[in-house]
Write a new protein. Structure first.
Length: 305
């Protein structure tokens, strides 16, 4: 996410802008954690195919002595996704730049960085929402049956973990765990469980902590995002995504990664003949895609608060 600037900015100012931008954007981007992170080579089109091979049936019948194993066919499922472009531009007047107490437009740059982070996070979150296998809290049959008392609980986590294990979902290497993305309200209920382990108790420098990680329960690491997906029903229903490794992927494009563009008012051209404004923008090519719905559970719950 290196900042692209014109020669109208000093190198020191370019570096300053870049650091502000990254700090704000990365803090808000939680839902990508645990994804397959890929960059598509340029000049290879905009469609990408992921291939998932189907496991073979076990071979439990003994071979006849002196004969080769019987041939079996490999089968595979292709998951297709297509890159699309996203971005935002903000125009800042020269007069505002010269009179505002926001020196060097620091706060404005931070807001644009946050917008990029939240946009990409929401695109990823929405793909998880549309691609996951649904688990309704309390064993309810319909969304309208969920009440505020059907919270994200240890029992719901055990049920989701059981499903993932039964579907042979892979745990994350080096951590031996699954991941759950939740929000402040469901997390509040879950953290009251006596089996909950706060991240502060095991983050001793040796653990590799995810961005937004708050705790651990039944072999699942929990990440809290303020950008949680909700639905309006008889109560507010919260989506909590529990998944294994390779359940979903996010991809950007070589040469068009998420990036900040700053054009100061000193850059005079036909579109800004009197230099009366600066522009700050971000843009990228991006796609998020569910790769295996059996390894991605959306546990829909209420919340007591």
């Amino acid at each position: 996410m290196a900042a692209q600037v014109t020669t109208g900015l000093t190198q020191e100012m370019s570096t300053y802008y870049e650091k502000v931008f990254l700090a704000r954007a990365e803090y808000e981007y939680i839902h990508k954690e645990g994804a397959q992170l890929r960059t598509m080579p340029k000049n290879e089109g905009k469609a990408v195919n992921f291939t998932r091979h189907t496991p073979l049936a076990t071979a439990t019948t003994a071979l006849t002595e002196g004969t080769n194993p019987a041939e079996v066919a490999l089968t595979a499922t292709t998951v297709s996704a297509q890159l699309a472009e996203y971005g935002t531009t903000v125009k800042i007047s020269r007069f505002l730049t010269l009179t505002s107490i926001d020196a060097n437009n620091k706060e404005k740059i931070e807001v644009i960085g946050q917008n990029m982070g939240e946009t990409l996070d929401e695109l990823t979150r929405n793909e998880l929402f549309s691609g996951a296998t649904v688990q309704l809290a309390g064993g309810k049959a319909a969304l309208t049956d969920i009440s505020a008392s059907n919270t994200l609980s240890a029992a719901e986590i055990r049920k989701a973990v059981r499903t993932l294990k039964n579907n042979k979902a892979r745990k994350y290497q080096g951590r031996g765990s699954y991941i759950c993305k939740t929000g402040p309200f469901p997390a509040y209920d879950l953290m009251g469980d006596t089996t909950w382990v706060n991240a502060t108790t095991y983050d001793n420098g040796a653990e590799n902590i995810y961005n937004g990680e708050i705790g651990l329960l039944y072999g699942t690491r929990f990440l809290e995002s303020p950008n949680q997906k909700t639905e309006s029903s008889t109560t507010t229903v919260y989506s909590n995504f529990i998944h294994g490794s390779d359940a979903f992927g996010v991809m950007d494009l070589e040469g068009d990664k998420p990036q900040l563009y700053i054009i100061p008012n000193t850059n005079i051209d036909s579109g800004n003949t009197a230099g009366r404004f600066s522009t700050v923008a971000w843009a990228t090519a991006f796609v998020a895609k569910t790769l295996n719905a059996n390894w991605l559970i959306n546990c829909k719950t209420g919340a007591t608060a």
